[in-house]
Design a protein around this ligand. Structure first.
Ligand SMILES: NC(=O)c1ccc[n+]([C@@H]2O[C@H](COP(=O)([O-])OP(=O)(O)OC[C@H]3O[C@@H](n4cnc5c(N)ncnc54)[C@H](O)[C@@H]3O)[C@@H](O)[C@H]2O)c1
Ligand SMILES: [Zn+2]
Ligand SMILES: [Zn+2]
Length: 384
């Protein structure tokens, strides 16, 4: 079968790889019909995630048709159309029982932080991902969810990660009616978080980025304010000024370790790898939230230390909440929001490319070319 193949930082291509096998009676094989590239894949592509092995296949945002099931799979059947949450979760461990599906204790037994994730390095379990014609889906009674027949597949594929992550980002922010919410990052996650912030009753939503085309997009898509940090002397000062010097009620980091905007962070975090990614957006979030405010982090960082202003966290009495999204927990609610038209995820898809063009797709998304917001890969077997 055809699959994306990681060859080292900034080098990916499509190759022939073996068709995946059922390795456990609860596995399923899914024929992928759509697979997105995510900002999280860019951290892998840029070589920022430890133990990203040459030869692995990325892709944790996909939908498809069930092709085969193991003997103990009871919840889905061959030819079902399913969306597959990016978390690989056993459904039975102590963490899954608390609906912390992103922190499953069984699917990534070598680690004590994150659970298994499709196509996300051996740090996240070493599973091959869905930027391929077929993918093995472990614990198939837990993750895969039948797509309602009336749902557009483009909406469905964004329910595997983007919408749940954005929703959880807003939820972890503890947004109260009338709150001023500042979101760092106008990528797919930041854009969708701006939409979700309104659902939680925000009174003012501000998005910060440095890519004009994304700022223009989010202003229209999420009806919010959007500002370019390159045109400010200091984003923290800007946010303080615009909130009567109080600071924002809630700040959300939807950028993670690839952040721009501070030379020292960029050099130590992205070039020399002396810390686990550049923590620029997180700095700004901590320093511009009000005293007693909440910082919600969904931006992904590497698993070792980062240079962050922890003194300010203590002195301001800030609450920090963070996690990988727990997709299965929020999915039923989000399917309702999409079916009722309160959320329109497919509106962020700007590019649709054949899987064979994976190399161009990564280059375009990484370099933010052609006004790209969200690219979707279509495998050749998608329509057969
Ligand atoms: N926690 C989770 O479950 C989860 C799930 C999906 C994605 N993520 C993470 O969310 C983050 C965003 O993902 P995405 O797909 O939107 O990525 P993306 O790369 O498309 O978007 C990131 C945006 O941040 C902007 N940016 C860079 N530096 C900035 C700064 N200092 N301040 C403000 N904006 C800045 C970039 O210009 C870009 O538009 C990534 O770190 C990704 O790994 C987390
Ligand atoms: Zn993702
Ligand atoms: Zn579990």
């Amino acid at each position: 079968m055809l699959a994306m193949n990681y060859r080292g930082p900034f080098r990916v291509r499509t190759d022939e790889k073996p068709y995946p096998k059922i390795l456990h009676p609860e596995d399923a094989i899914v024929r992928v019909t759509r697979s997105c590239i995510c900002g999280s894949d860019l951290h892998l592509y840029h070589g920022l995630v430890p133990d990203t092995r040459v030869g692995s296949t990325f892709g944790h945002e996909f939908i498809g048709i069930v092709e085969e099931v193991g003997s103990q799979v009871t919840e889905i059947q061959v030819s079902d159309h399913v969306l597959v949450p990016f978390n690989i979760a056993c459904g039975k461990c102590a963490f899954c029982k608390q609906e912390l599906y992103g922190n499953c204790h069984e699917s990534n037994p070598e680690a004590t932080a994150v659970g298994g994730i499709f196509g996300y390095s051996h740090t996240a379990g070493g599973y091959d991902g869905g930027q391929a014609e077929y993918v093995r889906v472990p614990y198939a009674n837990v993750g895969p969810t039948r797509i309602p027949p009336e749902m557009d597949p483009d909406d469905a594929v964004l329910l595997a990660d983007v919408v749940p992550t954005a929703y959880q980002a807003a939820e972890m922010g503890g947004i109260k009616k009338g709150d001023t919410v500042v979101i760092f990052g106008a990528g797919p996650i930041g854009i969708m978080t701006a939409k979700c912030a309104w659902l939680f009753g925000a009174g003012r939503v501000i998005v910060i980025d440095h890519l004009e085309y994304r700022l223009e997009f989010v202003k229209n898509y999420a009806q919010c304010e959007a500002y370019n940090f390159r045109s400010m002397e200091d984003p923290v000062l800007f946010i303080k000024k615009t909130t009567d010097w109080f600071g924002a009620d809630v700040c959300i980091d939807a950028v993670g370790g690839d952040a721009a905007g501070n030379a020292m962070q960029t050099i130590t975090g992205r070039k020399l790898l002396l810390q686990a990614g550049s923590a620029t957006a997180l700095h700004w979030a901590i320093n511009s939230v009000k005293k007693g405010g909440i910082v919600s982090i969904v931006g992904v960082y590497g698993p070792t230390d980062n240079l962050i202003p922890i003194g300010n966290v203590v002195n301001k009495g800030i609450t920090i909440r963070a996690n990988q999204a727990s997709v299965k927990r929020v999915l039923p609610k989000l399917i309702d929001h999409v079916m009722a038209g309160r959320l329109n995820p497919k509106g962020i898809i700007t590019h649709r490319l054949p899987l064979e063009e994976v190399s161009d797709a990564y280059r375009m998304f990484s370099s933010k070319l052609d006004n790209c917001i969200k690219p979707v890969l279509i495998p050749p077997k998608a329509k057969i």
